[in-house]
Design a protein. Sequence first.
Length: 293
Amino acid sequence: SLVFLGSHDSFSFYIDEASPVGPEQPETVQNFVSVFGTVAKKLMRKWLATQTMNFTNQLGAGIRYFDLRISTKPRDPDNELYFAHGLFSAKVKEGLEEINAFLTEHPKEVVFLDFNHFYGMQKCHHEKLVQMLKDTYGNKMCPAIFAHEVSLQYLWEKEHQVLVFYHSPVAVEVAFLWPGQMMPAPWANTTDTEKLIQFLQASITERRKKGSFFISQVVLTPKASTVVKGVASGLRETITERALPAMMEWVRTQKAGESGVNIITADFVELGDFISTVIKLNYSLDEGEDDTT
């Protein structure tokens, strides 16, 4: 089993301060923004934008797993779909096309697109998204099969480059949508580095019982009090950079293979040597092992 690099809230580089607040945000946030307007959104962006690279740059750096959250905009006459994390980000169509351009240029590269949160979406919006995926990727998408049957060799032979995971019952009806439960991403929901590492370790022990792909989220989540204290400095300085040495130490000690890590995601993937460290885990695979993804 190879280890893949992923980014948490992958599209958040594109967050637009001019956009309305996303429908999933609590009333307190909605009120904060309605009172403080642009200033509030600028501060929100510092806590919500977990990536500083666009899709093309993430792909170029080695990211192959994308964590995607999709939303409609309230009262939008065009019924457009957007990536969203607190505030709205890029149009989904543009993001998918950006990824496709990279895949067309690099026919041996494979990506995982994980559509794991949907906000304000009716049946017609899901149909629109499924059609968009068909139009953009066509035969590049690999139909859902058993996780252990997917090797790079298999994908190259079939000329498949995209595995789409879809956390909604819609997935059952569409051959190229992999059900969300085949891409579990347990979330530690803590600001404490030690607790995060214990959680990651315990999750990996559980992992292979599931016979699915598996995500280790090396991600710390700010509490409201953390945000208030560091409101002007943001997520990157307040949490991610400080915790980086301990988190990287955990990544370095991991193993690729059946009982090891599979996909590792992080905020600000360019920090430290996260990317090169994860890629190096693949060199530890025994020559005899296969290249299942």
